[in-house]
Design a protein around this ligand. Sequence first.
Ligand code: SF4
Length: 301
Amino acid sequence: MSYIYYLKPSSFCFGVKRSIEELQKVIEKHSNDTIYCIHALVHNPKVTTYFIDRGVKFVETIQEVPSKDAVVVFSAHGISRNIFNEATTLFKAVYSLECPFVSKIYNEIRYFIEQGIKKFVYIGKQGHQEAENVIHDIQFQGAEVCSILDVSEIPHIPFSGPFAILSQTTLNFDLVQHLIKQIQQQFSAAITPKILDICKATYERQGVIQKFTSNFETLVVIGGKESSNTKELYKIGEKLGKKVFFGEGLSDLLENKEFMHQNFSNVAVTGGASTPIEDILEVIDWYEKKGYIAKTLEFQG
Ligand code: SF4
């Protein structure tokens, strides 16, 4: 018997669903205006294409928006508050479609600065939209920020007094916990928010792979190649010693000869928080047609 395990939760998270719904409302409200989305709304090419087909234009900065008559929306990854405020003075209408889990980090920045903490260690991936905006926001307020992503960087933290540790929402949960512990062992004045910044969707999608790891030897990860949380699922699979296939959808996977000719008995499939459900179900369907029996493995808490 061969099994294809559908790992749950996977596919759209609360924040992605919310951003998509909000952008749809903006399109309805501003049906006669040109809407510019700053950065991909979420990191999935299918979602981007869906909105391009509905007239939304995607650019990377507000400077690329050519007209003050435009409507501007900021993506689920969040936006530095000074850039948002500047946009409100430049364009006809401006919306932030930021995920509330990202908003939590901006609230923490404000809270710590009000408490007199003007130094931050930020655990995040340089170049990622969420990370770049958080770093920019901290610096714009005159605070210092040191960005790290690896334990080897901890000795280079330049702060001696109190500082706050924040992190990107979609990183590896275990890595962030480990880094925070290591930092606090070496810097007694390091403080953290009460609740870790890794979002629930990221935690659960990683948790289901780890919890049911003994059930499968192969992991298929579906999602956008720019998606941070999807890439973390891939890395967790590799770390657990699985054979991991990564594709944006079935057609992508079918270009991989190794995927096509596999004969593994126990395969699990998952998708990132920005992966449309149909892309995951299509892969499960493909396995079922090859004779695999589909089962669901669900992570609860
Ligand atoms: S992955 Fe997390 S931070 Fe990103 S949109 Fe989903 S809930 Fe929000």
